[in-house]
Design a protein around this ligand. Structure first.
Ligand code: HEC
Ligand code: HEC
Length: 338
C-alpha cells in the first residue's frame, strides 16, 4: 500500500515527468480536483491555480476528476455486496476494477502521456523507468517477490491497493444509521426525509448513495469543450455519483458545471416541467426517475444540510516520504512551489 502511495505521487509515471495521479486526485480536494476540467500534461500549479504552460497544444480532460475516496466500494449494492474486479469506473462506466483503470491515465494524451510517446509505447517506458530506480527495485521485490523485474501489472496492483485504502465512511450520517439518533439535528433529519420524498434516493441509494447506473439528466455542457459530451454510448447518460464527501470535491457533475450544492439543487428544481438544460437532450429522453423528481425551492437549503452530514473529514491525507533526490520533480514541487 505504501508502495502504491509513492507511485501515486510520482511523475515518472507520466510521459514528460510533469504529472502525477495526485495532480488531479489531491488529498486537499478529497482526492478529486477543485477545477471543472483538469489540466494534466503541460500544466503547472495545483487546484484552482493550475494553468497550462505557454505554447500549449494539450486539451483539458473531457470530464471532472472523480474523488478516489471510497472507490474501493464502487458498485456496492443495497445489501453491501460488491465485486472488486467488476467495480464500475468512470462517469461513463468504461472500465472495470481499479487495476484495469490504473493504466488508463498513463495512456491518455491529456492526462499523463503527452505527445512524447505513443499509446503503445508509454507503459513500456514507464515500466523501464520504475525498474531503473533502485529505491523502487527494492520495494517491488519486497511486495512482489515472485516477479524478477517490475511489471505493469505490479504497478497497477500497487496503485489499486493504495486507492482501496482511501476510505472515508465515518460521517455523522453513518453514526446516525448505526443508531445514534443525536448524530443528526432535527433539521438534518428533515433534510433526509425531503431527500427521500423528492425522489433523490431512487438513484442515490445504498451505502454509497449511488446505484452506480447510467441515467439521463440533461446537465448542461461545459463550453470549454469543443464538442458536446454525449456520455455513455451517445445516450447522454452518466453514472450516478456517490454523495459522500461532497464538501471536499467541488465542482459537481460529470463536467464540473456546478460550483455549489445549491446550484445542483436548482438544477433538480428546474427538472420538473422545464425543458432539459442541455439542448441536445429532448425531454422524452430524460430518465423517468429524473423526470419524477420534485424539489421545492423552500426545501433546497434543508436538503443541502442533509448532504453535508455525509462528509468524513478524517480521511488519509498523508504524502509519501521522498526516497530519492529527484523527488523534487513531483507533486512536492506542485505543492510547495506552485
Ligand atoms: C489530468 C488529470 C488526471 C490524472 C493525472 C489522473 N486522473 Fe484519474 N481521473 C481524472 C478524470 C477527469 C477522471 C474521470 C474521467 C471519466 O470519467 O471519463 C478520473 C477518474 C479516475 C478513476 C475513476 C474513479 C471512479 O469512481 O470511477 C480512478 C480510479 C482514477 N481516476 C485513478 C487515477 C490514477 C491511479 C491515476 C494515476 C495513474 C490517475 N487517476 C491520474 C483525471 C486524472
Ligand atoms: C435518475 C437518477 C437520479 C435522481 C432521481 C437524482 N440524481 Fe443526483 N445524480 C444522478 C446522476 C446520473 C448524476 C450525474 C449527472 C451528470 O454528471 O451529468 C447526479 C449528480 C448529482 C450530484 C453531483 C455530485 C457530484 O459529485 O458531482 C448531486 C449533489 C446530486 N446528484 C444530488 C441529488 C439530489 C439532492 C437529488 C434529489 C433532488 C438527486 N440527486 C436526484 C442521478 C440522479
Amino acid at each position: 500500500m505504501e508502495l502504491g502511495r509513492l507511485l501515486f505521487y510520482d511523475p515518472v509515471l507520466s510521459g514528460g515527468k510533469d504529472v502525477a495521479c495526485a495532480t488531479c486526485h489531491h488529498p486537499d480536494f478529497g482526492y478529486a480536483e477543485s477545477i471543472d476540467l483538469s489540466i494534466g500534461v503541460n500544466g503547472k500549479g495545483l487546484g484552482e491555480k493550475r494553468r497550462f504552460n505557454q505554447g500549449n497544444n494539450i486539451p483539458f480532460t473531457k470530464r471532472n476528476s472523480q474523488s478516489l475516496l471510497n472507490t474501493a466500494f464502487n458498485g456496492i449494492g443495497p445489501d453491501g455486496q460488491y465485486t472488486p474486479e467488476e467495480a464500475p469506473m468512470f462517469w461513463d462506466l468504461r472500465a472495470k476494477g481499479l487495476e484495469e483503470q490504473a493504466a488508463m491515465p498513463m495512456k491518455t494524451l491529456e492526462e499523463m502521456r503527452g505527445h512524447g510517446f505513443g499509446e503503445e509505447l508509454i507503459t513500456d517506458e514507464v515500466v523501464k523507468r520504475v525498474n531503473s530506480i533502485a529505491g523502487y527495485q527494492r520495494l517491488f521485490k519486497k511486495v512482489f517477490p515472485e516477479s524478477n523485474a517490475v511489471t505493469l501489472t505490479d504497478i497497477t496492483k500497487a496503485l489499486a491497493a493504495f486507492q482501496r485504502s482511501l476510505t472515508a465512511s465515518g460521517s455523522r450520517f453513518d453514526q446516525f444509521m448505526r443508531g445514534d439518533r443525536s448524530a443528526l439535528s432535527d433539521r438534518e433529519q428533515e433534510g433526509m426525509r425531503l431527500f427521500i420524498q423528492s425522489g433523490c434516493a431512487r438513484c442515490h441509494s445504498g451505502p454509497m448513495l449511488s446505484d452506480f447506473k447510467s441515467h439521463v439528466l440533461g446537465a448542461p455542457d461545459n463550453e470549454k469543450l469543443p464538442v458536446s459530451d454525449s456520455g455513455i454510448l451517445g445516450t447522454y447518460g452518466f453514472r450516478t455519483p456517490t454523495l459522500r464527501n461532497l464538501k471536499f470535491t467541488r465542482p459537481y457533475m460529470h463536467n464540473g458545471k456546478f460550483q455549489t450544492l445549491n446550484d445542483v439543487l436548482f438544477f433538480y428544481e428546474d427538472m420538473h416541467g422545464k425543458p432539459p438544460r442541455n439542448r441536445n437532450v429532448d425531454r422524452t429522453r430524460l430518465d423517468p426517475l429524473a423526470a419524477a423528481v420534485r424539489v421545492e425551492f423552500k426545501d433546497i437549503n434543508t436538503i443541502v444540510e442533509f448532504l453535508n452530514t455525509l462528509n468524513d473529514p478524517d480521511y488519509d491525507k498523508r504524502y509519501p516520504r521522498p526516497f530519492r533526490a529527484d523527488y523534487r520533480l513531483g507533486i512536492y514541487q506542485l505543492k510547495f512551489k506552485p
